[in-house]
Design a protein around this ligand. Sequence first.
Ligand SMILES: Cc1ncc(COP(=O)(O)O)c(C=O)c1O
Length: 379
Amino acid sequence: MVVPFYDFKSLHNHAFQQLAKERISKILEDNSFVEGEFNTKFEKDFSSMQKNNHCLLVANGTDALEISLRAIGIKEGDLVGLPGITFFATAEAIINVGAKPVFIDVSPSTGLICPKSFSRVASNYSLKAVIPVHIYGLPAPISEVEEIAKLHNISIIEDAAQAFGAFYDKERSFPVGSGKNLVTFSFYPTKNLSAIGDAGAILTNCSDMAEKIKSLRNHGRGSTDLVGRNSRCDHLQAAVLHLKLQNAEKLNDQRKNVAKLYYKHLSEISNALPEEKFLELSSWHLFPLKLESVEVRKSLQKRLQEADIGCAPYYEKSMSQEPALKNFHGERENAEKLAGRVLCLPMTPFLDEKSILKVADNIKMFFETKIKENFQLKI
Ligand SMILES: Cc1ncc(COP(=O)(O)O)c(C=O)c1O
């Protein structure tokens, strides 16, 4: 039995394909290729689901970050903080607007931005903005970040590319992005809410900001002094996203159930899993397992792959270890120690208990062998 890392076959099943084809045919008949009725519908429904005032669709999650940085006036030479553990696009967006990334260290247990490190970095560098990242779908400690940012007059852009379905509170009343000034999402095909190509979005609570973003994503249209770009979202992608939105909460709940089963069947190695409080908070975009060393991660990865279990390391390098970012500064110790040690397990809304048991049994057998070899599980 193969346990896939992603499961596009179940996601894009026959029923979904029929509905998607109807929408695609209508777009072809209407010749409404960009920014059509489904863009407007999606923006309305997504902002209301995420409890914010405005949603602006853009071409992808990286553009969502770049446009947000430009919307708050980040320019050549400005310093922008980001956590050491994230996908490269977070740093790329900062550099592509001419600004300089400054590394903020992460909490060793989660890989999320460490408020203490942010406070030190904010005192030592004159940051104009900070991009906390909800990595793996685990919500970053936003209230603490907001307090520090306020003290130093730093703007916040939340990178929620992996966090559609995550909540700030365990009662699940405040979805990530709710009420905030700037929050970005990616709808890349592997994400919890996915296009059948590229797409992204920005949430904002501010009408002026929404107008500016609308103009920036479409060549500065509607404004006399903005130089924008083309980051419009195709109508076809918006139509698919709007269709998938109908089922999105259910699929996120199914991901949470998968996570619950991992906690149940991997209780012997609970210190390798995210703290259990995240069960209600995370979007469970990924299920990260934190190993003692890069060598242990590599050998577990090999073992799982040999057993036809999909898995992947996220991330092999911290931002400060990326060769292209070697000239930038900040705090880096925990992020560099964590890099390469996280192995993500299969996580799709469609995993059944039998598959999860197979993953868990293989992991447990791996550690039993290691313990026989006198290996100590210290994470
Ligand atoms: C944390 C993070 N930020 C930004 C992005 C960029 O999104 P996109 O690939 O849609 O440009 C991604 C995509 O994987 C991501 O994971």
